[in-house]
Design a protein around this ligand. Sequence first.
Ligand SMILES: CC(C)(COP(=O)(O)OP(=O)(O)OC[C@H]1O[C@@H](n2cnc3c(N)ncnc32)[C@H](O)[C@@H]1OP(=O)(O)O)[C@@H](O)C(=O)NCCC(=O)NCCS
Length: 226
Amino acid sequence: MAPQLVVRACPPFRVAGQGAAKAVAGLERRAGELLDRPELERARAMVPRARVDFLAGRLAQRLLAAELLGVRAQNLAASYSCPQCGTGPDVPHGRPGYTLDGVPVPLLLSLSRAAGWTLLAAVTAPAAGQRLGVDAEDPQRMDFDGFDTVALTPAERHAVASLGGTALLRGRALLWARKEAFLKMTGEGLKRPPEALDVLARAGVRDLAPAESGLPEQLVAAVALG
Ligand SMILES: CC(C)(COP(=O)(O)OP(=O)(O)OC[C@H]1O[C@@H](n2cnc3c(N)ncnc32)[C@H](O)[C@@H]1OP(=O)(O)O)[C@@H](O)C(=O)NCCC(=O)NCCS
């Protein structure tokens, strides 16, 4: 079976308005049933909005993994990999992964949250050594002085120099999404200086248009596979 990329966008979880309190209670109950202890412990330390986004994203990721593997979500055990803390059931952060009966499942996973949305990517039947990273960004968050200096290489700065207004914010967000997707793929995260990582034409990194990502037009996304 050839490796296959699956991308899925999950809309924001509503925390205000009619029926929201009941929905949040339902989310908490489902999380308590399906998520593992280190995931729930990490959620416990978060403020309410972040906690809801975290739980909803982790649940969606687990349900997608179960669906793609054809197994029950409660039979999967989270097994995250952090470059500093290692890999295993007690690691609550880093690169996502699951085990089934103690064996790592044949599935690559990556997750990103932006503007309440969760973007999930998975590769089924991955080749040996293959890695995946995905990132979603809200261009509205790129509107601050100094972004280009701290985030972009000289060539990238040149590429956005002629842009203004929303085109500039979107251009910045696209480059930033490519960088984070690549840094999730390698597992380094932002420990590697982003302003030294050129993503104008980096092999394995590409933008995800809304038609493919399922995100609304105002958000941008990128995937890295290699
Ligand atoms: C990876 C990183 C760039 C993502 O940043 P972000 O914009 O805040 O968040 P996003 O919503 O796009 O992505 C979050 C997801 O990235 C993934 N992720 C985190 N670290 C990762 C890593 N090293 N490799 C691959 N994926 C990673 C997780 O799935 C996380 O989801 P979670 O919140 O459910 O755990 C950033 O968190 C980072 O640089 N982390 C590494 C820092 C590090 O190594 N710290 C050491 C801790 S001991």
